[in-house]
Design a protein around this ligand. Structure first.
Ligand code: NAP
Length: 339
């Protein structure tokens, strides 16, 4: 009987997660009931928000229970369908979790057209991270031609897209990321106007003054912490700040203090900072995806993916992403259809 490999949460991490916080189990492949589909995943996504789900804290989404399946997006092929909306062979994307096979009632499952772009992009540039960049920049910050846009976490799945959309909109795009190779990639291949490596630069303020001589009009914050403190000191009057993520805080055992510097800057610059969750824009996804796919087709949006192999290596890929080993979107291939 075919077996389904799954990754469960074995324990709640204290600080940075480790291999022993996860457990690989095998069980028979489930049978789809009436109204359900059976999907075999091809790519599974690892994303920063999953770190929050591993903690037992109240948030916008429930925590994973100990012994529960690690949740997350995946894209795969429908092997069996008892649901009139899907046919055997369809490529679909949904929250199938860290496992090889999933049954689903089809709710919040979207069909993917493999002719538009490689199906892996449905978890990256043409999926949740790309949409996060799109709405977080355009809806929250309304960037105008000639303005300076700074993005932290600039070489990741969301950040790479933010800088490129800023360029499409006629802005100057400045990135902050944690590696010289990342800086070379975003300024070389992606066309950012400037960037710096926060792991080798000591004085972020000085570097920002050099790269943003007219100040900062828009800040897309993926990381929080000291990087964000430094950016806030350089914002212009009426700046707009999109609070997208705070990854520098996710693995801390003790929370840092804040946000005193930030509030004073907001006051004196009459600026606006707004947090958002991408799904608040879900009714606008279809239109945004058409635009994003067009930008990908014309080469105005480029993307990079890091692909780990095998469901058993999903925790490793997740931890690698959290520690910054990825440039672009981190994925795990769990089924090589060709083999
Ligand atoms: N609001 C929403 O709806 C929404 C949706 C999706 C994602 N997000 C947030 O957006 C951010 C980016 O997500 P993503 O999927 O694009 O991940 P990602 O950027 O592809 O990967 C995470 C990156 O975070 C950086 N990082 C890790 N620890 C850091 C630290 N202490 N200080 C600064 N940077 C650190 C690493 O890059 P470096 O090498 O540069 O350190 C790593 O590559 C995350 O904060 C995530 O939670 C929010």
């Amino acid at each position: 009987m075919a077996q389904n490999k799954q990754i469960l949460l074995a324990g709640r991490p204290l600080g940075f997660p480790k291999e022993s916080d996860f457990k690989l189990v095998e069980s028979p492949v489930p049978k789809p009931a009436d109204g359900q589909i059976l999907v075999r995943s091809i790519f599974v996504s690892v994303d920063p928000y999953m770190r929050g789900r591993m903690d037992d804290v109240k948030s916008y989404a429930p925590s994973v229970q100990i012994g529960g399946l690690m949740g997350g997006g995946a894209v795969g092929r429908v092997l069996e369908s008892n649901n009139a909306s899907f046919r055997e062979g369809d490529i679909v994307q949904g929250m199938f979790g860290w496992q090889e096979y999933a049954v689903s009632d089809g709710e919040a499952v979207r069909k993917i057209d493999p002719d538009i772009a490689p199906i892996s992009t449905s978890l990256g540039i043409l999926g949740m991270p790309g949409l996060t960049a799109y709405f977080g920049l355009l809806e929250i910050c309304n960037p105008q031609p000639g303005e300076t846009v700074v993005v932290s976490g600039a070489a990741g799945a969301v950040g790479t897209v933010v800088g490129q959309i800023a360029k499409i909109k006629g802005c100057r795009a400045i990135g902050i990321a944690g590696g010289d190779d990342k800086i070379a990639y975003i300024t070389g291949e992606l066309g950012f106007d400037g960037a710096f490596n926060y792991k080798t630069v000591d004085d972020y303020g000085q570097k920002l003054r050099e790269l943003c001589p007219s100040g900062i009009d828009v800040y897309f914050d993926n990381v929080g912490g000291e990087i964000t403190d430094a950016v806030f000191r350089q914002i212009n009057s009426k700046a707009r700040i999109s609070i997208c993520g705070q990854i520098s805080q996710y693995n801390l055992e003790k929370q840092e203090m804040g946000p005193r510097i930030i509030l004073r800057s907001l006051l004196t610059k009459q600026a606006r900072a707004e947090g958002f969750l991408v799904f608040q824009f879900s009714d606008k996804y279809p239109q945004a995806l058409i635009q994003m796919a067009e930008w990908v087709r014309t080469g105005q949006l480029k993307y990079k993916e890091e692909i780990e192999e095998g469901i058993e290596n999903t925790p490793r890929a997740f931890m690698a992403m959290l520690s910054g080993r990825n440039t672009g979107k981190q994925l795990v291939r769990v089924w090589d259809e060709g083999s």
